[in-house]
Design a protein around this ligand. Sequence first.
Ligand code: NG1
Ligand code: ZN
Length: 549
Amino acid sequence: PYRVFNRNYKGVSVPVDPNRSFRYGTAGFRYDADVLQFIANRAGEFFAHYANQRNGHTYGVMVTASHNKGGDNGLKFVGPYGGPLEDEAIKMMEEVVNYPDEEYMRMGSLATAVKENLGRHLGEVDFERVYNPNAKRVSEASCILVGYDTRQSSRFLADAVIQGIFRALPGFEVASTATPVTTPQLHWLVQYPILSGGRSGPEIDKAMQPLLNPVRNISEFTEDVYVDCANGVGALLMPKYISELNSPRNVSVLNANVGDDATLNNRCGADYVKSNHLYPQGCADFPPMTRIASLDGDADRMLYFTKKENGEIFLFDGDHLNKLFTEFIEKRLDALPSCKLGTVFTGYSDMVMKQWAADLKVGGVVANTGVANLIKKANAFDIAVYFEPNGHGSVIVKKDVLREIESKAKENPRARELLNFLELVNPAIGDGVANFFATEYILSVEGLTTRSWMEQTFKPSNTQLSAIRVPDKDVFLVASEDETIWLAPGPLKDACKELWQFLGTIFGDFTYFVRPSGTENVVRLFLQTSNDHTNNLNVINSVFEYVIS
Ligand code: NG1
Ligand code: ZN
């Protein structure tokens, strides 16, 4: 199940583009697949040195552009334990990727070039700690695992990364999955001590078993349920979970045509549903109250939707999942009175979320957009549920708390339910497939049908999210570290504030949230209001868009 490479591996030829500057955004390097070859190669070279300095850990690289179209691609680097890479390493990797090619050639190797020239650009970074290309091969146990999705360019880009790793350190332990994997699977495999020395680890299927087994605890589904797989890699993983179920006939997959870049994420998947508020391909004709989940192209996001009696679509998005998960846990904490439970959401969350968390007496915090930022905030609690409204999210539990729950679970049925649930979620990162089964577990334990879930969750506020094209989004808008305060440019900031006050007197209260995207060259504008007049938001949106662009 792995492709294991050796030092004689020749790899691919990599054209270099020295005329652009490439950034590692919220979701890693995201560019056209052709451009990414060169980035993959250099970043791989950096990553080998970086991992080499850290004794005995497994690192990961995932090749995917998630919900974007088949021709786009991306590279995300994964730290030990499956978590995101530290900020300093990312900064340094960007420097290496953008290092002028002539200099690089003249110096003969990246190691010399970096040592001589790069350190001085990075005043605040502890250069030697993050990156010392002259370090000796410190450990046989450090290794890098490369995974890739179903895009046609993905396996090719995985090879470009591997070639970079070998250029840096020919003896380095590196393996790639032999078949496409979901992003959360890669994170899980990195977290799992899978490769002993990169050569003889257990097979992927065996490593996946601890994630698959707990679905046997779903005793029955409250209704038949469907999963739109966005024609992506989730369609390869779903059958493995389904085969473990006691009642496999309750779950069916839709949009499972894998391997064609033209159909991937095309009018289907979680992002399509959330962004457009539309039924994905093949899902509009189901009877009202049919429960359908949508994954995105790399299966790290999931949300549900259903059709109301009047034909309108109702979304159970990341906020609703957050609420469902948090309340389920909260009700079962009586066995652990001192346990601090938290819920983490973002500036794109429904405004009712803050109030709801306060009413429930759960620590509610807003994090920056991007899963890595949510995880940082979640780590402050004993147990935390974190979700972006678009369906990225998971649950994090401190090790000692988990052990306590495990021991209580032996006699206490409520603690048992909590443990069953916690075993279903992927602790490494938000996992659409794992969250689907975790949600079905809760619905089954609580006896919730689609209808009763809809009736007991909150009524969504009226929102509108738009992407505004600008020449350079990073110059265009500077936000505070937690994104909530707009710092510059001053005149635009003031203009938007005045606009908000003025339009508020005409259309009633609303909130606006503006930030530069971390994945595209756009500025995102998000409007929310508790009143019901959709047209008002259209008008407000147009005026804001006009002023900002
Ligand atoms: P950007 O492009 O930074 O807004 C988008 C999503 C994030 C996250 C990342 C990574 C919104 C508003 N933003 O980030 O939530 O999912 O992509 O995929 O949905
Ligand atoms: Zn994704």
